[in-house]
Design a protein around this ligand. Structure first.
Ligand code: HEM
Length: 232
């Protein structure tokens, strides 16, 4: 088992005992958020993310981040096509979320064609493989983790970079959601969709566990990027 999955296993041992009762009657989206928020804090407070929000990062480092998340979105969005009619995952799939063409534009803006030869981190490869192969229920966890992040912290990162680099839209397409004019309303509706999914308690636990997996991949990715670019 990989280091990422081992960490999740260790962190979720007590989860069933802790939340099984609440999962029968409580809101899944609220529990999901509560139980994974310490992971969020680890991601948010990593040196690379802190530098990013402050715009205190090189273009090379930022391009590397985009190049690492790009194949993750390719996997998410390829599978979205296949899972459109899935009785569980089908509920969260919305074309307006798709990031692939926006990321391609930003990558070309910062690096021309050279971005295609940026080396993927081992964690990126593992993350992509996981997104490609998990069952549809667990796919929802990865979908939630990336897209709600983009519609939350992503918008703060956009503001940080815009100010630091004096950008005027170009290079920040990743954070543009032309079909989602109100991110807060969208996120509320998304959480409502999660709450309505026809899931057993065991399935809800599985979903929470997979969100932990998604966070751990992201934490490891930004840790490795910090090491590569910030020496942190
Ligand atoms: C690898 C990095 C990150 C990941 C994977 C991530 C993921 C997420 C996810 C999944 C949510 C939705 C939680 C929910 O409401 O159920 C969220 C919310 C949020 N994130 Fe992040 N995040 C990351 C980095 C950041 C950073 C750097 C910031 C701050 C600058 C940030 C600020 C926020 C805020 C304020 C919310 C709450 C938004 C709301 O309630 O609507 N995040 N994030």
């Amino acid at each position: 088992m990989s280091a990422v999955l081992e960490r999740v296993k260790k962190n979720t041992t007590d989860l069933p005992k802790k939340v099984a009762g609440e999962l029968e009657t409580g809101s899944l989206s609220r529990l999901l958020r509560r139980e994974t928020w310490s992971e969020h804090e680890k991601a948010e407070n990593s040196p690379f993310e802190v530098a990013l929000v402050r715009g205190n990062i090189s273009r090379e480092a930022y391009t590397d981040l985009l190049a690492q998340v790009y194949p993750v979105y390719c996997a998410l969005e390829e599978r979205a096509g296949a899972l459109r009619d899935d009785p569980i995952a089908g509920h969260v799939i919305v074309d307006d979320l798709n990031r692939k063409p926006f990321l391609e534009e930003d990558l070309a803006y910062y690096a021309g064609d050279t971005w295609r030869s940026i080396e993927l981190l081992p964690v990126t490869r593992e993350y992509v493989d996981r997104v490609r192969t998990v069952p549809p229920l667990r796919y929802v966890a990865h979908h939630y983790n990336r897209y709600l992040a983009d519609l939350s912290g992503g918008l703060m990162i956009r503001d940080g970079l815009k100010k630091a680099w004096n950008l005027n839209g170009e290079g920040l397409r990743y954070y543009e959601f032309p079909g989602i004019p109100d991110p807060t309303a969208f996120k509320d509706a998304y959480r409502g969709t999660l709450d309505e999914l026809p899931l057993s308690v065991a399935q809800k636990l599985e979903l929470i566990e997979e969100v932990m997996v998604a966070y751990e991949f992201n934490i490891e990715m930004v840790r490795a990027l910090g090491e590569r670019h910030l020496g942190a």
